[in-house]
Ligand binder design. Sequence first.
Ligand code: NAD
Length: 479
Amino acid sequence: MYQFGQASDSIRSSNTGAQFETRNPADPKTVTGEYVSTPPETLQEIAALAAQAQKGWGALPPVERARIVTRFLDRVEAQAGQITLSVTREQGKPLAEARGELGKSLREARFMVSEGARADGQVVPAQRPGMRNLIITRPRGVIAAITPWNFPVLTPMRKIAPALVHGNAIILKPSEYTPAAACLMAEAARDILPDGLFQIVLGGAETGAALVSLPAVQGVTFTGSVATGRAIYKLAADNLAEISLELGGKNAAIINDTHDMTACLDQVVNAAFQCAGQRCTAISRVIVSSRLADEVTQGLIERAQRVRLGDGMKQDTTMGPLIHADQLRRVERLVQQGLTEGAQALTGAQRASNDGLGDGYFYQPTILSGVDPAATVAREEIFGPVISVLTYSDFDEALQILNTVDYGLTSALFSNNNELVQRFLNASQNGMLHINHGTVPDDHMPFGGIKNSGVGAYSVGSSSARFYTTEHSAYIKFE
Ligand code: NAD
């Protein structure tokens, strides 16, 4: 049982805050954590502490900041076992996936730390003689970060590491469903980072809204749903705070032709069912040439039926439960609506409760075929283990189906036809474009989306500096 929230150095709370608990989604009777919310009225004080800590931290040379943040990352790595266990217990994903998540978050963070240490601005030729122009950057100040429940380590770390190395203070509100990992990371920072530089606040929507409304916050980075992103954008606008929103997706793989159908389908299914489909980059639509429809559909069914649902703590589990009862009901409702709107269920399409799964929020891996591009399941983010198969007869139609949704996060094309690859790279309305592999991103590439999938600078890689720093044009005259 994790217990966080009594006033401590980095997890800001108070004995008067409302209490809340987390439960194991594989076995909802089991309470996994007890927490105390941060009362919104204490946030001003928390922000003042952050601003104070940021002054000294922001003045350190970037290489020195990088050295200190690296010590913090080393400690997180040393505590990997405890942190990954908390992810499986609160989020439900298999332990191997939780380990993979922690490993990826550390690789990304270490890359971002070296990237931030190098942040050096630009020398630009001046218009007037005897002058030199510079573009320099400075830390933005106090950053508010709000994260969802699907990646309790990766998403917070994607914000913590670049915020710190670029010289900012960060106040993080993790999801109320999975706060343990972030709290453990904040504890790992103790004695390494200055007091107040990285603080956690706990609670739900109310705490989050109060946090992003603080006038002392100069940047708001949010990952979560479109509806919450819209609400946060409005709140941040009142203070004209910089914004970075990473929102949902309705990602597709177009399968036109492939030299290796086995590898293609393995990657599609992996991208669709990891984290029980609760990934913003999950492939939830397979748009297949009608020539290959039977082969692809058969391959998807076989792979879906091989998935072993179960408690993430068990060795042989390959897919865990959905996060909570509402999410389970949402997936059930959307699949049912898909069937009503004409789709056929080829496998799954119902809750799984046999074989010792008990009351866990398990949903069977599901393949729907005959899905109309206008159907709800083809347009709305489901965030569950559901693949909708849509067919096309020519590539124009494939691109049209691909782009018909409001989202624009990630997409994949399987084809060895150069012309089609070029057309896809130019026309796919998504922030991330993959050719001949699934939607797993590299550890150093910009990560983000367009349309309803994101606003502002992408995270990871070089792009994140645009959010975490401010830019200054300097004109120097040598007399
Ligand atoms: P959510 O939007 O419900 O909650 C996300 C976070 O926002 C939580 O910490 C929550 O407490 C907080 N919050 C809720 N209402 C708020 C408000 N009014 N003001 C301030 N904070 C508020 O999302 P979720 O259910 O936790 O996560 C699922 C969603 O996240 C999906 O839509 C998914 O696509 C998206 N997501 C996107 C990415 C990405 O990188 N694009 C990554 C992971 C998840």
